[in-house]
Design a protein around this ligand. Sequence first.
Ligand code: 0O2
Length: 266
Amino acid sequence: MEIQLWREILEPYAMAVDELVMKFQHLMVEYKTNGIYSPIERVDGRVKRISSILDKAQKKQIPIEDIEGQLEDIAGIRIICQFVEDIDKVVELIRNREDMEVKKEKDYVNHAKASGYRSYHMIIYYTIQTRKGPKRLKAEIQIRTMAMNFWATIEHSLQYKYKGNMPDHLYEKLLKAAEAIIVLDHEMSLVREEIMDAQNFSSHKSRVISDILNDIQNLYKVGNKQEMIKIQDEFYRLYQQDDLEQLIRFHKQLDIIAEGYRAQSL
Ligand code: 0O2
């Protein structure tokens, strides 16, 4: 097939990848700005390279003209979670979306592949709007923990290097490492609540600090210099004490001061 034709085929998939990544990223932001723990830690995506498409088509004996019909991962999204429990949450979230229709699911989290690979795969239908009108295409979403991702990334590069002929000793080491990943994910799940609390606390604190700094910046435009120096010193003092409750109270006081200036200016 001509390179130009490949470009035409792959362009809609690139658009789907961009849109899907952006949608999941905004979901993360939505969770965080509402002070809710996000089950999504990171998301990225890619369009399969032409050489990988050709390799897979050859391996699976798919005729070139039917690549779009039979290859389900031309558009690929990877969602990384902190904990195994988050994977279920993300799966549920995708099942409930109106802009994504689930075609197929593969649970390699509870049913690992012989290689030791673990991840949850969802093939979805997703519609993009092109110059020629709507196009419904398939995309693969892989959902896995950071630990599973670490293993899969290493194993994938070794598979690539050895092209299916991985030496036995390496294969066994990878199987052992895969077992260690199961243990690690399990151990992390045991302290999930505490980790989530700590993360919520730290993101709440950074939001309060950022709000305080915004308020101070706005007050600088209207407040008198003496008062601003006092406010700033007070902020540094509280910041050093590292007491969230006090910072929240200070933020409320700033709101009252700002309200006073607003009333004066009317
Ligand atoms: P790449 O380079 O990542 O794109 P099937 O549904 O069985 O007919 P398919 O598409 O092979 O066909 O399904 P499967 O097994 O669910 O694999 C899809 C993708 O999952 C693979 O794409 C890999 O990204 C990943 N994957 C599957 N098995 C393994 C594994 O053992 N190790 C690693 N590291 N990744 C795996 P590609 O096209 O094989 O590769």
